[in-house]
Design a protein around this ligand. Structure first.
Ligand code: LLP
Length: 438
């Protein structure tokens, strides 16, 4: 039985290799080299369809945005455009890629706790009009820039990002909805209300809704529900005070996924059911608009499982009475998550996929840093130099956070589907890395 951590199309071949999207990964490693990131198109499609169905079947006016920070590239933009999701973007480059792929500006929401004038201008030039306001200073900037960039629709639609002061019980670096956070505007300290009043002073800004995102890798659905109620309280309070109409509610992303067999995944259907039920009840109880546009913006939940990172074993070093290290040809340069968050993954030998795990190894990356250990305890068959090792659930926050530490080029990316493998990003070269040095 293959691990359910792998993409949906994962199968063993007759020669005891792993197959993804109808392609033997051992052959892919030979053709494209390692480290190699493999994305399975069928899984990308299936995950997006599940999220869309889960919410569309329960709420009339719903938009699923893909949080591009999880991983974005032209091939993914084209796919998500075809699948009918919108985008949560945070930079000018993400906007350029999105527009190039044909995204309708209506389906793009601009985020960021310090949007630069260049980014705001680029978004407005692309006729994007949904902005998630994260601080007071951004409001006048936005209004001023909107008044100089000529667009078909001169009014910018703002959602205020609230900081509901609720702990999502995830890693500290992924907790964003508590009082002491760089993101969002506080409720109890009155900052969010100040933002609402300030937005109303500008003719070319219109406050259409509220946003919250309490964190990432969230499994605590009670915390999400609590945050939802806190935000609906704000909407009711503002309705009473200044006739605010909640037309759009963005409940963020953050759906937790399993990275190894010890973890579980926040089940999408159950999550959609719980959230929409709580929302319906919450709106009714407060006499708020029950026909609002509901927006969700998962990143990891859509893309993580579609990606597999593949490495070649370069050394097996036994330290008697301590442990045995396997050194691979990637590491923190392409996956900083274990070093940064203590993220725990699973690893598999994919050139002998059916062999039982008999030993425990530590998997060391090749970077010059003692903390560059991708797994402290990997259970594998007896492993030899030249073996191919895969880490599943590698689709989110690995490539976009990759670096050139030690001046090592970043990996190639391949998209597999129905027996075809398409190179969607070639391996970086030394020339690429030096291109900006003058
Ligand atoms: N919406 C907002 C406003 C966000 O800040 C984020 C993630 C998302 C949606 C998507 O969250 P997701 O569904 O992907 O969990 N680098 C970290 C994660 C940082 C998340 C940043 N914001 C990691 O590797 O786990």
């Amino acid at each position: 039985m293959l691990s359910a951590l792998f993409p949906l199309t994962a199968r063993p071949t007759e020669s005891n290799h792993l197959e993804l999207g109808g392609c033997d990964v051992v052959a892919l490693a030979e053709k494209f080299g390692t480290p190699l990131y493999i994305f399975d198109e069928a899984t990308i499609r299936a995950q997006a369809a599940r999220a869309l169905n889960a919410f569309r079947s329960r709420w009339n006016d719903v938009v699923v945005l893909y949080a591009t920070k999880a991983y974005f590239a032209p091939f993914l933009a084209r796919l998500y455009h075809e699948l009918g999701v919108g985008l949560d973007v945070t930079s000018e480059a993400e906007i350029v890629i999105a527009k190039h792929a044909g995204f309708d500006s209506e389906k793009i929401y601009v985020h960021g706790n310090n949007k630069t004038p260049e980014e705001i201008r680029a978004a407005l030039h692309s006729n994007i009009r949904h902005f998630v306001v994260d601080n007071l200073d951004e409001i006048s900037n936005l209004s001023e820039l909107a008044s100089v960039v000529r667009r078909p629709s001169p009014v910018v639609h703002c959602l205020i990002r609230l900081s509901p002061n609720i702990d999502a019980h995830t890693h500290r670096y992924m907790t964003t909805g508590v009082a002491d956070s760089k993101f969002g505007l506080g409720i109890s300290d009155g900052m969010a209300e100040r933002a609402a009043r300030e937005i109303s002073q500008h003719k070319n800004l219109q406050l259409v809704g509220l946003h919250f995102h309490i964190g990432s890798q969230v499994f605590d659905t009670d915390a999400l529900r609590e945050a939802l109620h806190a935000v609906l309280d704000v909407a009711a309070d503002w309705k009473a005070k200044f006739n605010f109409e909640l037309s759009e509610l963005n409940i963020g992303g953050g759906w937790g996924v399993a990275y190894n067999e010890m973890h579980s995944t926040l089940e999408m259907d159950a999550f959609a059911e719980n959230t929409t039920r709580a929302l319906r009840e919450g709106l009714r109880a407060r006499d708020l608009n029950e026909h609002l546009k509901l927006i969700v913006e998962p990143g990891r939940g859509l893309i993580a499982r579609a990606g597999v990172a593949m490495y070649r074993v370069g050394s097996v070093k036994e330290i008697p009475d301590v442990r045995t290290y396997i050194a691979i040809d990637g590491g923190m340069g392409d996956n900083v998550r274990p070093a940064l968050y203590g993220a725990q993954y699973a690893a598999f030998l994919v050139n002998r996929i059916n062999e039982n795990a008999t030993r425990e190894y530590a998997i060391a990356g090749r970077y010059c840093e003692q903390g560059d250990v991708l797994l402290e305890r990997a259970h594998l068959p007896e492993t030899r130099v030249g073996d191919l090792l895969a880490i599943p659930v590698a689709g989110a926050y690995q490539l976009p956070m990759a670096s050139n530490y030690n001046l090592i080029p970043r990996p190639a990316v391949v998209l597999v589907n129905d027996g075809n493998a398409r190179l969607v990003r070639r391996r970086e070269t030394i020339q690429d890395m030096l291109a900006c040095d003058v």
